[in-house]
Every structure is written in C-alpha cells, then in structure tokens.
Design a protein around this ligand. Structure first.
Ligand code: RTP
Ligand code: MG
Length: 146
C-alpha cells in the first residue's frame, strides 16, 4: 500500500466543494488515514511548498494556501500517488481532462482545488508535515463510510 497527501485547497473549501471531493476520494478506492480542517499560517504554507521558493508564483501560491481553511488528508491505496494525480488532472484546469477534479472544480492555474504528492517518498514526507504518526490511522476499516 502506498500513501499520498491530498489537500482540498482553500478555493474548493470556500466554494463548498469539499464534500463532493471527499466523495470522489472514497469512490476511487482510497482509504482516509488522516484528515483535518486547518488554516495554514503563511510560514506553514511556505514550508510546505519550499521546493517552489524560487518560482515566480511562490508568493501568490503561499498567500493563497494561507488564505482560508483547507483540508489535508493522508490517503492510502495501491499506486496512491499516480492514481490520485490522474484523478485530479493537470495543474492548469484549461489542460485538465474531462472527469478530473481540477476540470470540475478548479478556477485557475493557481487556485486549482486540490494538491497531490508527486512521489511515494514525498507522499510519506508531506503526510508527516501535517500529521504526527499518532494521528494517522494505521489499520482497520476506513474511518468514513462511502
Ligand atoms: P500540487 O503540487 O499543488 O499538487 O500541484 P502540481 O504538482 O500539479 O503543480 P506544481 O508545479 O507542483 O505547482 C504547485 C502549485 O503552484 C501553483 N501554480 N501556480 N501561476 C502559475 O503559473 C502556477 N503554477 C503553479 C498551483 O496551485 C500548483 O498546484
Ligand atoms: Mg506539485
């Protein structure tokens, strides 16, 4: 089993799409191992996206991520990273395939509804950025019934 870190970003929470996105997560066969509603500080957003610190959109991105509540989730299933990235679609909703979450819910390349880890290693690392291991459910049935 592989882990990925998903985030329902502030635009999707603000626009009332969090429930529909959670439904889609469960329908795609992911087990939710951890989940919370949190408004990131600017410093937390900058730490999470540190890999993009030199990019021109870093300020815009981190201010957006700290602009309101978001929902980080630790998801688990076989091939979690690649499956979740397929389900969310391309970064820019203009390029996202029909049926993807970003096609359905993103408003722009910056405010694009959801995050997904880009490797199994980062899936574990990013999960730990939001949740101590003690808050990640290790076994048993999924905590939420689809
Ligand atoms: P994410 O990390 O959030 O899952 O998104 P991603 O892999 O599809 O895209 P990435 O290249 O990692 O970029 C991270 C986030 O930065 C914002 N962005 N804005 N204005 C722009 O041109 C631009 N490019 C990227 C998006 O919010 C993107 O998801
Ligand atoms: Mg990325």
């Amino acid at each position: 089993m592989e882990r990925t870190l998903a985030i329902i970003k502030p635009d999707a929470v603000q626009n009332g799409h969090a429930g529909k996105i959670l439904d889609r997560i469960l329908a795609e066969g992911f087990a939710v191992r951890a989940m919370k509603l949190v408004t990131l500080t600017q410093a937390q957003a900058e730490g999470f996206y540190a890999v993009h610190a030199e990019r021109p959109f870093f300020g815009e991105l981190t201010e957006f991520m700290a602009s309101g509540p978001c929902v980080p989730l630790v998801l688990e299933r076989e091939d979690a990273v690649s499956t979740w990235r397929e389900v969310i679609g391309a970064t820019n909703p203009a390029d996202a395939a029909e049926g993807t979450i970003r096609k359905q819910f993103a408003t722009s390349v910056g405010e694009n509804a959801v995050h997904g880890s880009d490797s199994a290693e980062n899936g574990v690392k990013e999960g730990r950025y939001f949740f101590p291991e003690s808050e990640i459910v290790q076994n048993g049935a999924a905590v939420i019934d689809a």
